[in-house]
Design a protein around this ligand. Structure first.
Ligand SMILES: C[S@@+](CC[C@H](N)C(=O)[O-])C[C@H]1O[C@@H](n2cnc3c(N)ncnc32)[C@H](O)[C@@H]1O
Length: 248
């Protein structure tokens, strides 16, 4: 099974596909200066929670880029159900195959999906190029709670996560692109626990409904492995937050 199918199964019950909450994403709207008439682009838009919710409250024009066909279908259905299908569009495919329209957007979001643009250092310039001069960029990103990791933790952590900067280092990286922060929203332990917990029954429900699926055992193994990593070190040492900024 490819990664899109895996995530469509384990995130079948997620509405927000990140360690966040409706209240925090409402605050994000405030930090982004959401109002009628704005053009918003969301990279890695998942099931479209943000664009749908914001389009219900404001007359925005939103576009989501999303690689996962299951999530795109859910996002389109959700927008139709919310009565905002005329305000938001979800485009299916790898984000990098859509060259950003230079300076066209008032708000560019990438919430937990910088890897879709090649990682932090490619994502920020890509997002900036799509942004009008006074526009707002919001990036949801993972960081280490303390740097460096203790050696016994570094020994079991995934190398790409072990190499992350801490919060101060992530802010400095953000500012290194000429951005000034005008908001930061951190994930709490409860946000993380809720985000992770939703994966476990989703996998079990799917396995029960698909007892003969050739990749049933492998999917359950992956979910167990990811839960072990969560409790083994990530819950203690990984942070996540949304960094909101404008050009300084
Ligand atoms: C952690 S989820 C976040 C979803 C959404 N932003 C949210 O907060 O609910 C990351 C999303 O990025 C999408 N994604 C991964 N690689 C991508 C790519 N190359 N192009 C577009 N989307 C991608 C995934 O399918 C997933 O929906």
């Amino acid at each position: 099974m490819d990664f899109t199918e895996y995530w469509s199964i384990v995130e079948r019950n997620h509405t927000i596909q990140n360690p966040s909450s409706p209240e925090k994403l409402r605050l994000l709207a405030d930090y982004c200066g959401m109002r009628d008439g704005l053009r918003v682009r969301d990279v890695g838009s998942g099931k479209g929670y943000l664009l749908r919710t914001w389009a219900r409250e404001w007359r925005i024009e939103g576009t989501g880029l999303e690689i996962n066909p299951w999530f795109v279908a859910a996002a389109r259905a959700g927008a139709a159900e919310a009565g905002v299908a005329d305000r938001v569009t979800f485009i299916e495919g790898p984000a990098l195959s859509f060259a950003p329209e230079p300076g066209a957007y008032d708000v560019v979001l990438c919430i937990g999906a910088s890897f879709a643009l090649g990682g932090f250092d490619d994502a920020v310039p890509w997002m900036l190029s799509a942004l009008q001069p006074d526009g707002v960029l919001a990036l949801g990103e993972v960081f280490l709670n303390r740097c460096p990791l203790p050696p016994e933790v570094a020994a079991i952590a995934e190398p790409e996560l072990a190499a992350l900067p801490d919060l101060g280092g992530t802010v400095a990286r953000f500012e290194g692109y000429g951005l000034e922060l005008n908001g930061f929203i951190e994930a709490s332990r409860d946000d993380w626990d809720r985000y992770e917990s939703l994966h476990w029954p989703a996998a079990r429900e799917w396995a029960r409904a698909n007892p003969d699926h050739p990749e049933r055992d492998e999917l359950l193994r992956q979910v167990r492995e990811s839960r072990a990593a969560y409790f083994g070190w990530q819950r203690e040492h990984l942070g996540w937050g949304i960094f909101v900024g404008r050009r300084a």
